[in-house]
Design a protein around this ligand. Structure first.
Ligand code: GAP
Length: 453
């Protein structure tokens, strides 16, 4: 019997605790009391997120011949952010409480009344009339380049990776001789001084984006927009996110960003109080960005269409997905607590798609004698050259299975008495709990085949 995660409102709390205990995610600078909404990925977390990014990179860059990769710098010329609209427009309305000093977004539904008015009530301390009027707060982190801390030296930590792609559009196109339509993809850190971050790694101030800008001929943009919407939803399904937890949300005119002609979010149902939330945005950005950069830099960013001997500024269809938010989605999606028939102890399982599981196989000698540990070590060492495996000989075998279930390991290999005489081992499947006897020499192929499906 299984208890689905969405039905348990405290699943996020359980995940925060599991992630710390098992080395997935730690609070940043914890020994100093933590840094607000910044998280560190531990040994298993870094593998999980890396696997996710690898899956994205493979499907977007390696498996296609019409998308090129890029790794642009975080620090960019400050004019980039004037051209992109972030200096003037990347703002949230902020209010603060004069009594408890807490800060809120002015549109926080927990605020009763209009901020600035005497009847407005602070959602934290409950006082009336202490909330300031809303003022615009820019979400970009600022720092200084060089030794002088003056306005001429201001640079920003990028709030999105996309701009690094736009300013390199011609560099990539000309060096690769790509023809339109084609795309540029990159994975990298982005920073936003969010007013109300929270919900673990859902909204943080430092996060990673996986973005792709697809350059198309004007007039072809809506066709490609539909294509990328479908592709990206398929990718999320392929990660194992449950069909009934995924949906599209179309942006209304009020929600559309200043650059967007059309936008859909891929939303995932995080359950509990969060419910359906954006994990990815698919945007038709028209020629907004390239035109802005041409105006601000004075450099042409046009495509030369050789066969038709004409130049034009391409339109852009963007896909933008958060690596951390998707990591949270696969954790929430996979978390389940089960009562196993015939066993007194229940189990916690992370039903991660095998391709992103941090450890692919646990390797256990049934007992610590009779040559079983030696054979188990040989098998673990052999598999380790191609797969992340974990050798464990401590405690009862049931306990060892539970420890791997909890971190999402899809297979557990046990070396028992029969292994020593027949050369076979058992392979236990995390989800079905079925055990198969497999020739030890065939293990690599057996597990490789299972991981490929
Ligand atoms: N270039 C377009 C862009 O940045 P966005 O909708 O602001 O669009 C895209 O962000 C994705 O980045 C989101 O769907 C989300 O997954 C992730 N993201 C944005 N802000 C985030 C934050 N503060 N913490 C974690 N992930 C975030």
């Amino acid at each position: 019997m299984s208890i689905p995660a969405a039905a348990t409102p405290d699943v996020m709390e359980k995940l925060v605790s599991l992630c710390k205990r098992r080395g997935f995610i730690f609070q940043s600078s914890e020994i100093y009391g933590g840094t607000g909404s910044v998280w560190d990925y531990g040994p298993l977390g870094v593998e999980l997120k890396r696997n996710l990014k690898e899956r994205w990179w493979h499907s977007m860059v390696r498996a296609r011949n019409d998308i090129e990769g890029l790794d642009a710098a975080i620090l960019m010329h400050p004019r980039v952010w004037e051209a992109s609209g972030h200096v003037s427009g990347f703002v949230d309305p902020l209010v603060d409480c004069r009594n408890c000093k807490k800060r809120f977004r002015a549109d926080d539904p927990k605020i009763k009344g209009t901020p600035g008015a005497p009847d407005a009530q602070c959602p934290a301390c409950g006082m009336k009339g202490t909330l300031s009027e809303a003022r615009q707060f820019n979400l970009m982190f600022k720092t200084f380049m060089g030794p002088l801390e003056d306005t001429a030296a201001v640079v920003y930590l990028r709030p999105e990776t996309a701009q690094g792609i736009y300013v390199n559009f011609l560099n990539v196109q000309q060096s690769t001789r790509q023809k339109i339509p084609f795309g540029i993809a990159q994975i990298g850190k982005a920073f936003r001084n969010e007013i109300t971050p929270g919900n673990f790694i859902f909204r943080t101030r430092e996060f990673e984006q996986m973005e792709m800008q697809f350059f198309v001929e004007p007039g072809e943009d809506m066709k490609w927009f539909e294509y990328w919407k479908a592709q990206r939803m398929e990718w999320h399904r392929g990660l194992g996110l449950a069909e009934n937890r995924l949906q599209f949300h179309q942006h209304t005119d009020q929600e559309l960003a200043h650059y967007a002609r059309a936008a859909f979010d891929v939303q995932f149902d995080f359950g509990g109080t969060l419910g359906f939330q954006e994990i990815e945005g698919v945007h038709n950005r028209g020629d907004f960005d390239l035109t802005q950069h041409q105006t601000f830099s004075g450099k042409k960013l046009e495509y030369f269409d050789q066969p038709n001997n004409r130049r034009f500024t391409p339109y852009v269809v963007e896909t933008s997905v958060g690596a951390d938010r998707t990591t949270l989605a696969v954790l929430v999606n996979g978390y389940r607590e089960e009562i196993v028939e015939g066993e007194s102890e229940g189990r916690t399982v992370l039903g991660l798609h095998p391709s992103i599981a941090p450890i692919k196989a646990g390797v256990f000698p049934l007992v610590k004698k009779d040559g079983m540990p030696e054979m188990a070590h040989r098998i673990a060492d052999d598999l380790r050259s191609s797969l992340p495996v974990f050798y464990d000989d401590s405690g009862a075998i049931g306990r060892r299975y539970r420890r791997q279930d909890e971190v999402g390991t899809p297979f557990c290999i046990t070396i028992d008495g029969e292994s020593l005489t027949a050369g076979t081992v058992t392979v236990r499947d995390r989800d079905t709990l079925k055990q198969e006897r497999v020739d030890a020499g065939q293990l690599r192929a057996f597990i490789g085949e299972k991981l490929a499906t």
